[in-house]
Ligand binder design. Sequence first.
Ligand code: F6P
Length: 319
Amino acid sequence: MRKIAVLTSGGDAPGMNGAIRAIVRVGIKRGFEVYGVYEGYKGLVAGNIKKLGYSDVSEILSKGGTILESSRLPSFKEDKVQEQAIHQLKQRGIDGLVVIGGDGSYKGALALSQKGIDCIAIPGTIDNDINGTDETIGFHTALYNIIDAVNKLRDTSSSHHRCFVVEVMGNHADNLAIYSAIACGSEIVITDKTEYDENKIIEELKICEEEYHKKHAIIIVSEKILDVEKLANRISEETGYSGRSIVLGHIQRGGSPVPEDRILASKMAEEAICLLEKRKSGLCICMKDNQIISKNIEEALIEKNENHDRLYQLFLDLA
Ligand code: F6P
């Protein structure tokens, strides 16, 4: 019986468990013996690998995080570290691997496939920043988490005539910020790709207050751009709103995955098994125009997602 393994790598994402469950269950039904690698590439190198049965993945579909745990291993770029990982797989007779993670994890999968392991990558990251796919597993849940938090902030902001500066994750990708700004009806959004002029923000807030008589304002900011607390202080000093800031942080990554992520995860995992059945390698699963397809990992790593300018324009037209 052919043996394959599955691992989760990089930042965890809600829905990863759904993908693991589908790899195990579909894999077993299609005649594979399926192994779980614990703690991502770190566990692969260390040989932290266990056989998974049908019931090992019971009751995990609704759970956030990843039952296999995850890690970031920068040294996986090195040849000798990759060789050690391959040794661990070969020793157990495993010749296929499904890697669920972000673009850093894809590079590891590509390297292993070039060294003879049949590797298929599945996009698992809340950032939705993997080129070649319209959606990544975890993005929808993180978006839901942000919207839920901002709805609450809006209630308290309007009671106190406040402007909340809300920092969201994204790791230099603007997806979480732009999508949540549209879905929350925020007044301002700041990302790597939008302009960021503090004086202009202060002027816009004055217009919100004086011309539109808004009781509150919400500013969504992508992480790693500015100090949200400082901006909130300036807002207090120079506008009629009292400024407050919040960094939503890892709250965005937790919680039960929403249906979109559970279904996406299950569909992508099934496609990964189909590809392994055909002895394909070096491919990643993508959702493109509502279809599950596969691409070469290299191609997906360089291809660009082009629709964001239009989304930002939509935000501006709505704000
Ligand atoms: O890639 C997912 C992500 O949550 C990013 O949005 C964020 O920048 C990063 O991971 C945080 O990483 P860590 O959990 O290692 O602090």
